[in-house]
Write a protein that binds this ligand. Structure first.
Ligand code: 5GP
Length: 189
């Protein structure tokens, strides 16, 4: 998606060890116009999939997922990073964060995913694929079907996309980064 790539080149900052900072338009301050364009693009790319719900992870996945859900006319569920004491029917899975070098548990109320649901997974970044795998695991526990996975930014060199595509998932990434370094952001195409 050209608009997103241009914005990454303009405002993205590469931190150490392959981490891209996009917190002035996606991860902290949010550009709603750009995010709506992203929602429209996801809706276009996954129009064929007949998704019934979108699943993402708080916090950074919520904005793009809501925009896509609005464009597709379907509800959005976000996995929580802590389990609220009000939740009884919890589906849980573990995520390893390479950016923060820690593990955490994500939780989704099983009331919100039924075996008949066709789930579109959306997240801001695809790196090694641990967050994506945890979302897949939650959908499997619910007995529902994943019909696609969409990411704003995929870091190809961290191989999460390769792993998901080899497992047979349809992965759409709006900006695929081949190489990331000091003063270098190189896209795949
Ligand atoms: P993965 O689980 O695929 O290794 O990493 C995906 C998750 O880690 C995303 O939900 C995202 O929040 C975070 N993440 C991974 N790489 C980056 C990055 O380069 N920049 C930022 N801001 N977050 C990242």
């Amino acid at each position: 998606m050209e608009l997103l790539k241009q914005r990454i080149l303009q405002d993205g900052k590469c931190l150490s060890e392959g981490v891209l900072k996009v917190d002035n338009f996606i991860n902290h301050q949010i550009d709603p116009q750009l995010l709506m364009s992203i929602g429209i693009e996801f809706a276009r790319r996954f129009a064929y999939a007949r998704a019934t719900k979108i699943l993402t992870i708080e916090a950074s996945g919520i904005a793009p997922a809501v925009m896509a859900g609005y464009c597709m006319g379907i509800p959005v569920i976000f996995a929580k990073k802590s389990q609220p004491c009000t939740m009884n029917n919890a589906l849980q899975s573990n995520v390893h964060s390479f950016t923060r070098n820690n593990d955490y548990t994500i939780t989704v109320n099983s009331d919100f995913i039924k075996p008949t649901d066709r789930i579109l997974v959306i997240d801001d970044f695809l790196a090694y694929g641990s967050a994506a795998n945890a979302l897949i695991n939650i959908v499997e526990q619910a007995g529902a079907t994943i019909v696609g996975m969409g990411f704003l930014i995929e870091k190809d060199f961290q191989n999460g996309g390769k792993m998901l595509r080899e497992k047979g998932y349809t992965v759409e990434s709006l900006a695929r980064i081949e190489a990331l370094g000091k003063d270098l952001i190189k896209f795949c195409d």
